[in-house]
Design a protein around this ligand. Structure first.
Ligand SMILES: [Fe+2]
Ligand SMILES: [Fe+2]
Length: 165
């Protein structure tokens, strides 16, 4: 996953960013997280039962992520696509907190996986889960950076510009 290219994104319309980047990311996040949960259910729990903590955190992250994606795809994105982005100003404030909550759950799960592997107790299933989590975090970082640094600021200023005409 490449880091975000602000120049390239700056030349694209918000609708293409939403439809070609953000919405496909959402589908990928949900599938990947569901797979991680399934994978974590099959792990050897170990002496400290760390697989249960991993599972619980991922479950919580999935719930929060589903609600978050619904807010974006059913409320915020349609307003932006309709050129009414400023009406989403309040909803966007909530989304920023949700990004942090989701990242926190993912971090709890990731820490438990890292610790388990650090103790030399990791079998290949734990390694596979860790790799999947690293991919997930990388793409999520890029995704939220596009939302924060490109989509939300532009959705407000593009409308201000058109309102001032
Ligand atoms: Fe998103
Ligand atoms: Fe988001």
């Amino acid at each position: 996953m490449d880091p975000i290219d602000l120049q390239e994104l700056g030349q694209r319309s918000l609708s293409s960013i939403i439809e070609e980047d953000l919405i496909p990311d959402h589908a990928w996040f949900l599938t990947e997280l569901e797979e991680q949960i399934e994978r974590s259910a099959g792990l050897d729990p170990g002496v400290d039962d760390s697989s249960t903590l991993v599972q619980q955190s991922l479950h919580q992250a999935l719930e929060q992520l589903r609600a978050h994606i619904n807010s974006e795809e059913l409320v915020v994105f349609p307003l932006i696509l309709a050129g009414r982005g400023s009406e989403a100003r309040e909803s966007v404030r909530g989304l920023e907190d949700e990004h942090l909550d989701i990242a926190e759950q993912i971090t709890v799960a990731r820490k438990a996986v890292d610790e388990r592997l650090g103790q030399g107790q990791g079998d290949p299933d734990w390694v596979a889960l860790q790799e999947s989590m690293i991919r997930f975090e990388r793409r999520m970082k890029r995704h939220t950076a596009i939302e924060y640094s490109v989509l939300f600021p532009r959705m407000l200023c593009e409308e201000d510009e058109s309102a001032g005409e």
